[in-house]
Design a protein around this ligand. Structure first.
Ligand code: GLA
Length: 375
C-alpha cells in the first residue's frame, strides 16, 4: 500500500499492543506492573521525501494528512495523527533534524479496547523515524520518548507501562517491570497457559476524564502521607499502615484509590514470585483480588467488565481473570489452561452475550516479542 501510494519502497517496522497480567494504575506511582506484548501490532512503513513534508497515512482510517517538517504543531488536535506526530515533535525537541518523509500506518490492535493501540502506533513511528535519521536508542529510552509524546503532545497523562512493553516485550514472557528505574525481570508464561483476551466492547480511553481523575485522587492521598513522611514521593513508597494512620485526613475516594494502588503493588510483586514457582492457583487468587480491588476501591471497572470476569469464574480451565489496562471498559485477561482455551472462548462469549446483549470479541493471544524492523 505504501509503495502504491507514495511510489517509494518503505522500510517497515512493527510494534505490538499489550495485555497487563496484573499491576493496574501502579506505573505512574513508580510501582510494579506485569504486562506482556501480544500478537496484535501496528506496522509502520517509512520512506524519505524531498519536499520537506511529513505525510501521514492511516490505512485503518483511510486518511492522509500532511505537515511541514520545519513547522510542526506544538500540541495535538484530538486526531489520530497526534500519536505519530507527537513522537516526531518529541524527537525534534530532542535536537534531531527531522527531514520530510511519508509514513504509512496499519494495525490490528483493537482500538479503544485497553490493549495499547496508541503505544503501538507511537513505538512503531519512533522506530521508523529513528531509522530514517540513522539514530538508535535502547528500548527503555525509546519507551520514555514515546510516553512523553503521549503526555506532552497528545495530552494524555499515562504512565510508562504500555510504551515500555511495546518496545521491550519478550516472546513467551511477561515482564515484571519496576516503573521507578525501568529495571525488569522476565516472567515466563508456561507453555500450557493461554492468554485469552475478552473484549467487553465498551470503549476505553486514557484521554477521557476518568483516568486523570483517578490518578489525581490517588496522588492526593500520597501528598497527605508525604506531609507526615517526606520519604513518600510516590505511592510506591507508601504502606497500608500509612493509610491506617493518616487515611482520615484524606477524602474517602482518595483513601480508596490509594488502598488499591498500594495493595496492587504488593500483589504484583507476589504474582511474579508465584508465577516463577509455577503456583498457578495462587496467581489466579491474586488476579481475583486485583480485580476486586480495581472494581471496588479504584472504581475503575464497569458493569460489563465485572460481568465478563464473573462469568469466567466457573468455566473449565480458568486460572485467573481480571480487567486489564486503564479501565472503564476494554478487555479482561483470562489465564486459561491451553487445552481448554477454545471451549472457554465459546462458553464465555455465549454467556456474556446472553447476559449483556453484547457480542464480545474474544482472542487467544500469545506473549510476543517487542518492536522490531520487519524489512
Ligand atoms: C493505561 C496507561 C498506563 C497505565 C494503565 C493502568 O494503559 O497508558 O500507563 O497507567 O492504563 O495500569
Amino acid at each position: 500500500m505504501h509503495l502504491a501510494r507514495f511510489q517509494a519502497e518503505p522500510a517497515i517496522f512493527a510494534a505490538p499492543g499489550r495485555v497487563n497480567l496484573i499491576g493496574e494504575h501502579t506505573d505512574y506511582a513508580e510501582g510494579f506492573v506485569m504486562p506482556a506484548a501480544i500478537d496484535f501490532a501496528t506496522l509502520s512503513g517509512i520512506s524519505p521525501r524531498t519536499d520537506g513534508k511529513i505525510v501521514l497515512y492511516s490505512e485503518n482510517y483511510g486518511q492522509e494528512r500532511a505537515f511541514e517538517a520545519a513547522a510542526l504543531p506544538a500540541m495535538g488536535s484530538r486526531h489520530w495523527t497526534d500519536y505519530p506526530l507527537g513522537v516526531v515533535a518529541i524527537l525534534a525537541g530532542e535536537g534531531h533534524a527531522i527531514p520530510g518523509f511519508s509514513l504509512s500506518l496499519w494495525g490490528d490492535v483493537p482500538l479503544g479496547s485497553g490493549l495499547s493501540s496508541s503505544a503501538a502506533v507511537e513505538v512503531a513511528t519512533a522506530l521508523a523515524v529513528l531509522s530514517l535519521i540513522g539514530v538508535s536508542y535502547p528500548g527503555p529510552v525509546l519507551a520514555r520518548l514515546c510516553q512523553r509524546a503521549e503526555n506532552e503532545f497528545v495530552g494524555a497523562n499515562c504512565g510508562i507501562m504500555d510504551q515500555f512493553i511495546s518496545a521491550n516485550g519478550k516472546q513467551n514472557h511477561a515482564l515484571l517491570l519496576d516503573c521507578r528505574d525501568l529495571s525488569f525481570k522476565l516472567a515466563p508464561i508456561p507453555a500450557n497457559v493461554a492468554l485469552v483476551i475478552a473484549n467487553t466492547m465498551v470503549r476505553h480511553s486514557v484521554a477521557g476524564g476518568d483516568y486523570p481523575t483517578r490518578r489525581a485522587e490517588s496522588e492526593a492521598a500520597c501528598a497527605v502521607i508525604a506531609s507526615h513522611r517526606p520519604g513518600v514521593p510516590f505511592l510506591r513508597d507508601a504502606t497500608l499502615e500509612d493509610l491506617e494512620k493518616w487515611g482520615h485526613e484524606m477524602t474517602p475516594k482518595s483513601l480508596l484509590r490509594a488502598r488499591h494502588v498500594i495493595s496492587e503493588n504488593l500483589r504484583t510483586v507476589a504474582a511474579a514470585e508465584v508465577l516463577a514457582k509455577g503456583d498457578l492457583a495462587e496467581l489466579g487468587r491474586l488476579m481475583a483480588e486485583a480485580h476486586a480491588s480495581y472494581s471496588r476501591d479504584f472504581e475503575g471497572s464497569c458493569v460489563e467488565a465485572d460481568a465478563m470476569v464473573a462469568l469466567a469464574q466457573d468455566l473449565p480451565g480458568l486460572i485467573g481473570a481480571r480487567l486489564t489496562g486503564g479501565g472503564f471498559g476494554g478487555c479482561t485477561i483470562n489465564l486459561v489452561e491451553q487445552s481448554q482455551a477454545a471451549a472457554f472462548v465459546e462458553a464465555l462469549g455465549g454467556r456474556y452475550a446472553a447476559q449483556t446483549g453484547i457480542v464480545p470479541q474474544i482472542h487467544i493471544c500469545h506473549a510476543s516479542g517487542g518492536a522490531h524492523r520487519v524489512k
